[in-house]
Design a protein. Structure first.
Lengths: 245, 441
């Protein structure tokens, strides 16, 4: 099976007020294409650091990260930007849409930074907006949309460049339970279509909807469990988390 | 590439329109700077043109030799009346011996009171030759100026300045009437058109007001009044002997002017022991005026440059605030694949848009210089005439002349300001860590 992402012995440390903080202390992880992974852990466990590395926002201190065929652990800043523009789809907790752009323009942004938006691309943006159910709001600005609608725009945006994987950082953190359900169903259907999703969350009832839970603790992976085939509930996941503590 | 630029421009305009007041105020800074560059240059140009015009009205190929009364300390030592000034011999010598002199005009001026049937006007009696009108750029209104026949025949003919004619002859036609000057009568043969006074130039040439002049043939003046003049002053008599007040020399070619003036100085200094004449060379003044103009433009430019720098700092200030405020947006853009240079471009485009809009409106504002200037001057004249009177002549008379090259200059400066003052904020935006920027609230 082809790997969407492959992380090997990644260490990330940085200086903070003269002290060396070791955020990741040797993490290895393989994410095959089509997987749906939840990265869980308490704050300070290193899950955000891992997400930043996977999202090519940062480079590891040592170790390698492969996205597809390319080792991204040592490339320069411009190349990282290109990879982000062409192969990674971000979904953030606070949606992170650009306020002065319309829905359609927001979806286009990654294509814009690839340096081309053709009529065909624009058609694709329209289709994506339709897919997330916002075809009537193409000309609206983010402030005119509800939280759930904004997150749908963000999801459409993350798909526009046909990424290796969607990187979702607490995508339901700011949403009420009904909207959370909608978004999770949307992600579920994307995964069913074969999209790889890596999601950081600390909510058990969100984590239990994925195929696989990777738990981080003190910069190390402490468990990596597949949920497929099992009937896992939020309570089970919560129990798992407690057990690790 | 062009697509990216086009979209960046659109985006820049959009972002600026998110804060219309803030953007407008920033633009105002550049507007004032650019408009002031154009205004200052236009006023500077107006002033220097005016000065140049005045000097040129003296004639660039002319040399003016004025008689100067020596200081009293020098003359007191000698008993009796000391003759001073340029003499008829000097005049003959200059006009006959210097080959580059095309024409020389003797002029004798006196203060006199002119009368006609009880109406009196104080003015200047000018003894001159027919060429005087041409050289002083006087135009005939009615009748004719003094003729060669008048001069040769020592005729008692006179020509009045327009204002004098209006005062002496409010109801009659002056032509053919006799004006009374001291003990003689002069028949009016012509009236001149009104002429603006020339400005004085430095200390060497007093301002000339032609409005109270009465012109007579210089030969008649010599005959009837003579060289010796008595002036009654507070109970005592003062007398002076002066043959010519001025000799205006026209040189055959402008390039010979300087050499000729040196020659005249040499010729005259041989026979003049007292320092009783001055040579004014309009050409020399013209050169001086050019230097003065250059200085003026430099000085004005300095002031304008300061105001532009202030405008630029305004842009930089607002952009730094904008960058901080839009840290989150920068983080999002970086996460979605913007390279550092994309961010630099985005913010640089915004500053350039601000400064170019400021520059364009500033140019429009600068072009209003002429009309605004005259409106202000007119309203000052009608509401505060006493203030206007205190202004120097040149300020009252000047019309700003927009210098054509100041427009591209102002535009270029505004773009440069946008780029120069935009680079630092843009760099700052681009070097932000995307992770930090995304976390920014």
């Amino acid at each position: 099976m082809k790997l969407a992402a492959c992380v090997r012995n990644v260490v990330k440390q940085y200086e903070l007020d003269g002290e060396t903080v070791r955020a990741l202390r040797g993490v290895s992880l393989e994410v095959p294409e089509g997987d749906y992974v939840a990265i869980m852990g308490t704050s300070g466990s290193g899950k955000s650091t891992l997400l930043n590395l996977l999202g090519c926002l940062d480079r590891p201190s040592s170790g390698t990260i492969f996205l597809g065929e390319e080792d991204v652990s040592k490339v320069n800043d411009d190349r990282l930007s290109e990879i982000r523009a062409s192969r990674i789809g971000f979904v953030f907790q606070s949606y992170n849409l650009i306020q002065q752009l319309t829905v359609l323009e927001n979806i286009e942004v990654p294509l814009f930074y690839q340096g081309r938006v053709t009529a065909k691309d624009r058609e694709r943006c329209r289709e994506l907006a339709m897919m997330v159910g916002l075809e009537k709001r193409l000309g609206h600005r983010p402030t005119q949309l509800s939280g759930g609608q904004q997150q749908r725009v963000a999801i459409a945006r993350s798909l526009v460049n046909d990424p290796f994987f969607i990187l979702a950082d607490e995508p339901t953190g700011n949403l009420d339970s009904a909207t959370t359900e909608e978004i999770l169903q949307l992600l579920q259907s994307l995964n069913n279509q074969g999209k790889t999703i890596i999601m950081v969350t600390h909510e058990p009832d969100v984590g239990c909807r994925t195929k696989r839970i990777v738990r981080l603790r003190d910069g190390l992976i402490c468990s990596d469990e597949r949920l497929t085939g099992k009937n896992v509930t939020a309570a089970d996941v919560a129990a798992m988390l407690m057990q690790v503590e | 590439m062009s697509f990216v630029w086009l979209r960046t421009w659109q985006l820049g305009v959009k972002s600026l329109l998110l804060h219309p007041l803030r953007s407008a105020l920033t633009v105002l800074g550049i507007f004032i700077g650019v408009a002031s560059v154009i205004w200052l240059l236009a006023i500077g140009e107006g002033i220097s043109r005016k000065a140049q015009e005045q000097i040129e009205s003296l004639g660039a190929d002319n040399i003016i030799i004025r008689s100067i009364k020596p200081p009293s300390e020098v003359t007191e030592a000698v008993t009796g009346v000391v003759p001073y000034g340029v003499t008829r011999d000097d005049f003959e010598r200059i006009s006959q011996t210097i080959p580059t002199v095309k024409k020389a005009i003797p002029i004798r001026e006196l203060r006199r009171r002119f009368g006609f049937y009880g109406r009196l006007v104080d003015g200047r009696l000018v003894g001159c030759t027919p060429e005087y009108a041409e050289i002083m750029r006087l135009e005939v209104d009615r009748g004719h100026f003094i003729t060669d026949a008048d001069l040769a025949g020592n005729k008692n003919h006179c020509v009045l300045a327009f204002e004098v004619a209006a005062k002496l002859f409010p109801y009659e036609d002056p032509i053919g009437r006799a004006v009374h000057v001291e003990e003689s009568y002069y028949v009016v043969v012509g009236v001149m058109k009104s002429r603006n006074p020339t400005a004085g130039i430095g200390g060497s040439l007093a301002a000339q007001d032609f409005s109270s002049d009465v012109y007579v043939p210089v030969s008649t003046l010599w005959k009837r009044i003579g060289d010796q003049i008595f002036t009654r002053r507070s109970g005592s008599y003062e007398s002076e002997i002066l043959e010519l007040s001025q000799v205006t020399v026209r040189v055959d070619d402008v390039k010979n002017v300087m050499a000729t003036s040196d020659l005249i100085r040499e010729t005259l200094s041989r026979s003049h022991r007292l320092d009783d004449f001055a040579i004014v060379v309009p050409l020399e003044l013209l050169e001086q005026a050019r230097t003065t103009r250059l200085m003026f433009i430099l000085f004005m430019g300095l002031i304008a440059a300061i105001s532009l720098i202030v405008g630029g700092i305004g842009i930089m200030n607002i952009m730094l605030a904008t960058v901080t405020e839009r840290t989150r947006e920068i983080g999002i853009r970086r996460a979605l694949g913007a390279k550092r240079r994309d961010i630099v471009r985005q913010f640089l485009v915004e500053t350039v848009v601000l400064s170019v809009v400021g520059g364009m409106t500033g140019i429009l504002g600068g072009l209003t210089c002429g009309p605004v200037f005259s409106v202000v001057r007119n309203s000052l004249e009608s509401f505060m005439p006493e203030v206007m009177e205190q202004l120097p002549d040149i300020m009252r008379a000047v019309t700003p002349v927009t210098v054509p090259w100041s427009i591209p200059l102002a535009f270029g400066i505004s773009v440069t300001i946008g780029v120069v003052f935009g680079i630092y904020p843009a760099q700052r935006a681009a070097t932000m860590d995307p992770i930090e920027a995304l976390r920014h609230e």
